[in-house]
Design a binder for this molecule. Structure first.
Ligand SMILES: [Zn+2]
Length: 198
């Protein structure tokens, strides 16, 4: 393999990453070329280790290194509340606010008829199973404030309310069409505290 070819493979791989355009891919590739081999190895090892060691929590489908994630294993959490989110990164966003101390349930996406994603493709069945076995008093639906997120929220509310469990939704004030992960901590924290019952 020539040096050009080897560099091109790196550029192609970097260019596939979200948010990395050709210019950024080039900047990173040249940075790595000039850095020492140890630094490059640390990055390569970090990527491999996250792929080998991180999987989904068996209870809430957040990222975990053991059977259950750090939040499910934390005995100081309020185990009577579940906050339902689309993706593990939304857990991180809500944790950053410090306004919520209950448990989570990650759906692994949201209902999207256009993409042929219905409740069966998400971890809805597992959520309902948890509601049957855990002592849950409130389910807070924190899907993103866009069409798919709202569709998912109303589906879940319709399904869960008949079980006699309180269902609430984040208060408005979040940028409509935006993602939770990009909301600032203060706004997201307020939206959790001022959640409304559905
Ligand atoms: Zn968990």
């Amino acid at each position: 393999m020539t040096a050009d070819h080897s560099l091109q493979i790196l550029l192609d791989e970097l260019g596939r990453l979200p948010g990395i355009g050709p210019k950024s891919a080039q900047r990173i590739a040249y940075y790595l070329l000039e850095s020492d081999v140890e630094e490059a190895r640390r990055l390569a090892d970090a990527i491999l280790s996250v792929k080998e060691q991180v999987h989904f929590c068996s209870r809430c489908f957040n990222y975990a290194t053991g059977d259950e994630c750090a939040i499910c294993e934390d005995s100081t959490r309020d185990t009577t509340r579940i906050c339902v989110v689309g993706e593990p990164r939304d857990v991180t966003a809500i944790e950053r606010t410090g306004s919520y101390h209950g448990l989570y349930h990650v759906l692994g996406g949201v209902i999207s008829p256009m993409d042929k994603i219905g409740p069966e493709q998400l971890h809805v069945r597992e959520l309902l199973a948890r509601l049957g076995t855990e002592d849950i008093h409130e389910v807070i639906i924190a899907t993103n404030p866009n069409i798919e997120g709202e569709t998912t929220a109303s589906y879940l509310a319709r399904t869960i309310k008949p079980l006699g469990i309180e269902v609430s939704r984040l208060a408005s004030g979040l940028p409509v069409g935006g993602d939770l992960e990009y909301a600032d901590e203060l706004t997201l924290g307020r939206a959790i505290e001022a959640r409304r019952t559905l």
